[in-house]
Design a protein around this ligand. Structure first.
Ligand code: FES
Length: 107
């Protein structure tokens, strides 16, 4: 598990980018739900952490494809491919991302 930040440091409607390889971002919806996605848009090189969270999706800041935070799937062009999702857990008030192997992530 990778520690991200204290839960209190990520307000609803905000995101936190982890500079891993590849980068991963954690998003907190207005409802307080937490989700983690690969940060780089599958269309071009844009950081989804710079996008806008609306309900349970994040809108890419470059060309506005919206990725479902639960599935990573875009709602339409120009992005066609889903970004990977990652489980998020909160342990002792700290957000953590659980990194899955490539095999686990596909199943
Ligand atoms: S870079 Fe994200 S939709 Fe184009």
């Amino acid at each position: 598990m990778i520690p991200v930040c204290p839960l209190d440091d990520l307000p609803p409607g905000e995101s936190h980018r982890l500079d891993l390889t590849p980068p991963i971002s954690v998003f907190r919806t207005d409802d307080g739900e937490l989700y983690a996605l690969d940060d780089t848009c599958t269309h071009q090189d844009a950081s989804l952490a710079d996008g806008w969270i609306e309900e349970c999706a994040v809108e890419c800041p470059l060309h506005a494809s919206r990725f479902d935070l639960r599935t990573g799937k875009p709602d339409g062009l120009p992005a066609k491919t889903a970004v990977r999702t990652h489980p998020v857990v909160v342990v002792d008030g700290v957000i953590h991302v659980v990194l899955l192997s490539a095999t686990e992530a596909r199943s």
